[in-house]
Design a protein around this ligand. Structure first.
Ligand code: PLP
Length: 387
């Protein structure tokens, strides 16, 4: 397995306090897509449930209710026809260029990977160690927790504020000498936003050598995009990493593509480990989807309507909906039953929702927002369950 790690990477890991054994575990993590995927709880969840086989309505994994956008599919298919070539037409370079134009971030500040989960893992390996911990909100996306446990990195879980923002001051106080401060905006599982001024405060006050990892997996779902992203911090040369994915609004979770944006020194630190690039058809599909502005807007509007309808339905039933959510998910407090129990009850009625993933909120479950038909099926099941 050691052949998977370059000498400079070995030296770096050992000098930062990783043991030889942990170094090998790190190699294992990047030794194949399957290993990195196993850290992704949305994927693990989707696979465990075998929802397709069971014919369930799938609103449990924050996926998009529909597939790639038409121009993306056309470009992906065309690239597939030329997939006898390793790089038929510079597809990866074109993707980086398209991201650079849309995000107004130089191309040498961007790297693409098969999904953003691997980017989170790389960031933890690069900036955390047995002594440099991970600081994150609670509840938040649980992939970094899994990676940190695997790496035996200390974890600080800091409750969200009472209005569901990341509590940036408490995050810094929880570990003033951490390696990674992880901010998910909008947050998964709550869909809530943390104001940019608070993220900027964290960036300006974090210890030197640490990085603020800003996970914007759901940012395209917000009406304010692109005015609410953290890309200006990358342009300003701050020690931040922005992670993005095509798994959400672009409907490409199974195609596997994501990217990171960071100033070149930071980018170098996280891209030094071995790893794959997205496949050529996937990259072509992503490039064509990025510029399909009207289709992105239409998808966002559809989500906003379906989300409002769902919040309205649950509120009228007297349930507490956490929010406001700006993403394709909401959380609901079932109060008298645990999220795990409710997940099983909904499953028996043909609907897959998420539960049991956020131990600090045992009675709160997450419902991904799907198509109008998906949500109507959810209401129909709910009318039998919430009596
Ligand atoms: N970040 C957040 C906040 C997520 O919710 C997810 C998946 O659901 C990911 C990253 C990983 O997505 P992917 O690896 O599919 O790009």
């Amino acid at each position: 397995m050691t052949h998977m790690i370059r000498e400079e990477v070995k030296d770096d890991l050992l000098s930062r306090g990783y043991s030889r054994r942990q170094m090998l575990r790190t190699a294992m993590m990047f030794s194949g897509a399957a290993a990195a995927l196993s850290f992704n709880p949305e994927i693990a969840f989707a696979a465990d449930e075998d929802a397709a086989g069971a014919g369930l309505v799938r609103i449990g994994s924050n996926e998009c209710w529909t597939g790639p956008m038409a121009p993306g599919l056309a470009a992906g298919n065309a690239a597939f026809a030329n997939a006898n070539r390793y790089s038929p037409n510079g597809e990866i370079e074109k993707l980086i260029k398209a991201i650079s134009t849309i995000e107004n971030v130089p191309a040498d500040h961007i790297a693409a990977y098969p999904g953003s989960g691997g980017i989170l893992a790389r960031t933890l390996v690069a900036y955390c160690s047995p002594t440099k911990g991970l600081v994150q909100a609670d509840p938040t996306y649980d992939n970094p927790t899994r990676v940190a446990k695997f790496l035996k990195t200390p974890i600080s879980n800091v409750p969200l504020t009472s209005d569901y923002r990341h509590d940036v001051k408490a995050m810094l106080a929880a570990n003033p000498n951490a390696g990674v401060y992880y901010v998910v905006n909008p947050n998964n599982p709550t869909g809530t936003m943390t104001p940019m001024a608070e993220i900027e405060w964290l960036v300006d006050n974090k210890p030197a050598g640490a990085v603020v990892l800003i996970d914007e997996a759901y940012i395209h779902w917000t009406k304010e995009y692109p005015n609410n992203t953290a890309t200006h911090l990358v342009r300003q040369g701050k020690e931040v990493i922005i992670a993005r994915t095509f798994s959400k609004i672009f409907g490409m979770a199974g195609a596997r593509v994501g990217y990171l944006m960071a100033q070149p020194d930071v980018l170098k630190r996280v891209t030094i480990y071995e790893g794959d690039a997205p496949s050529i058809p996937t990259a072509a599909c992503a490039t064509a989807s990025l510029t399909a502005t009207a289709l992105i807007d239409a998808r966002r509007n559809e989500l906003i309507q379906n989300r409002a309808m769902t919040v309205d339905y649950l509120t009228k039933r007297g349930l507490k909906v956490i929010g406001p959510s700006f993403a394709n998910m909401i959380m609901v407090d079932w109060k008298t039953k645990t999220a795990k129990e409710m997940g099983e009850i909904y499953k028996s009625r043909g609907v897959q929702i998420a539960g049991n993933r956020w131990p600090s909120w045992p009675t709160v479950g997450r419902i991904s927002i799907g198509s109008k038909a998906d949500m109507e099926a959810f209401f129909n099941a709910s009318s039998k369950i919430l009596t």
